[in-house]
Design a protein around this ligand. Structure first.
Ligand code: OGA
Ligand code: MN
Length: 285
């Protein structure tokens, strides 16, 4: 089947038009969406008011098991009774806005660092999908960057260097960067995972940098060398020509390939407004 795609950035990101995700996915549609994700890395759907159940089914249809060992689950169970439904919101279990000092809020602030979902797991995250539930009137934005382009634009010696490196990813590390503190018991449940610094898409053969704020160090390197090198790579990868800014609308649904992009939430000025999204992430297994 042929998708109706409208390119939203000159090198990646497409909007899928005339598509109703609530109907469930047929095999031909699954293949078409996976091909489109290999080519565009990010797919934007408008006007999709989906239930949690429908979102979980879409994720399962696209393949892989669902990411349930989220970092935030170590802070306590979510209000949906299924850790595959990640609560990307500023709302607490009683439906009130999270207080300034709420641990879940402070933990979530690290979503504003450039990252890729579930890189601290093995298998790592593959696709994430975010469904807009409560849209704040003042608007909100999530930014993405294209890590195929970022790899392509490294000079050859740097490409050769990153090709042979492996990094340790830890959700504890990205939170501790902001001074968030975990208990020893929480840290014990969040040991992290190791992945090569370069991802090669097995279908297309294209290579991408695989980096995130979760990287604590590069295997075999000293910590300061690792961290300054990673800072340089993130700065390189997030230059404006690689960035797509998604300005959310009510009922938007966005799917992205975590193996080839990073993203970050943008500062949300009026925290008295409700901002609620639901995320499901599949694993690359
Ligand atoms: C996420 C995430 C950013 C945002 O859902 O994985 O990083 O804009 N969200 O809320
Ligand atoms: Mn994220």
């Amino acid at each position: 089947m042929k998708l109706l795609l409208k390119r939203l950035h000159c090198t990646y990101v497409a909007r899928v038009d005339d598509f109703d995700l609530s109907l469930g996915l047929q095999a031909t549609e699954i293949n078409a969406l996976r091909d489109a994700l290999d080519e565009y890395s990010i797919l934007v759907f408008r006007q999709q008011a989906l239930t949690d159940r429908q979102q979980l089914e879409i994720a399962s249809s696209l393949g892989g098991s669902l990411h349930r060992k989220t970092g935030v689950a170590t802070l306590g169970p979510n209000r949906f009774g299924d850790e595959a439904l990640t609560d990307i919101s500023n709302i607490d279990n009683d439906g009130k806005i999270l207080s300034k000092d709420d641990r879940r809020r402070q933990y979530g602030l690290a979503n504003r660092l450039w990252h890729t979902d579930a890189s601290f797991q093995s298998p790592r995250g593959r696709y994430s999908m975010l469904s807009m539930k409560r849209f704040p009137a003042s608007g909100c934005e999530t930014q993405f960057c294209n890590l195929y382009d970022a790899y392509q634009q490294l000079n050859t010696p740097l490409q050769q260097t990153v090709n042979r490196l492996v990094a340790h990813h830890s959700i504890v590390h990205s939170r501790e960067c902001l001074g968030f503190m975990f208990s020893d018991a929480e840290k014990n449940r969040l040991k992290g995972a190791q992945h090569p610094l370069v991802f090669m898409n097995p279908t297309t053969g294209r290579k991408a940098l695989y980096i995130a704020a979760h990287i604590s160090h590069i295997l075999g390197w000293d910590i300061p060398d690792s961290r300054i090198f990673l800072m340089d790579l993130i700065e390189h990868s997030t230059q404006s020509q690689f960035v797509y800014r998604h300005e959310w609308r009510p009922d938007d649904f966005v799917i992205w390939d975590n193996r080839a992009t990073m993203h970050r939430g943008m500062v949300f000025q009026d925290e008295t407004e409700e901002r609620e999204m639901r995320r499901v992430t599949t694993l690359d297994d």
